[in-house]
Design a protein around this ligand. Structure first.
Ligand SMILES: [Zn+2]
Length: 138
């Protein structure tokens, strides 16, 4: 049985993504028809429309494409960043960068994904500055 044969059965793509996250895995979809990666989770490829989508482990590598800082009272945790990250596989996703001052997160920063915790305690993909973020990466 392939994923493609069961695209209309069982848990939907959002539920599958959440299940992987709960197991500590960051997976994205790969299209067997056009060879491109897909995120956000979908039933059909956003590039070619095929339902031959397969879940694969994401490399976790990416680069910050855009960043904004959300102001929040200090007693609520202080300001935090919201980023768009271009994954090495191609898709762009919204997330946050942890471990840096909110104003130290810059466009072009290389980042690495891990499964962290969302605002409601749910598992979610967050990013840390990559070890090579000192500028070695093009
Ligand atoms: Zn495709």
């Amino acid at each position: 049985m392939t994923d493609a044969a069961n695209w209309d059965r069982g848990p939907g793509p959002d539920a599958m993504f959440a299940t992987f996250l709960a197991a500590g895995e960051f997976r994205i979809q790969h299209c067997g028809a056009c060879g491109r990666h897909v995120f956000y989770p979908r039933v059909a490829c956003s590039h070619c429309g095929s339902v031959e989508l397969r879940w694969v482990a994401a490399s976790g590598r990416g680069v910050v494409h855009a960043v904004s800082v959300v102001q929040r009272r200090e007693d609520k945790g202080g300001p935090y960043n919201v980023v768009l990250v271009d994954l090495d596989e191609g898709p762009r996703m919204m997330s946050r960068v942890d471990g840096l001052a909110h104003d130290a997160v810059r466009i072009g920063l290389p980042v690495r994904a891990r499964v962290g915790t969302g605002v409601n305690g749910e598992p979610c993909v967050v990013f840390d500055a990559a070890a090579d973020s000192a500028g070695a990466r093009q």
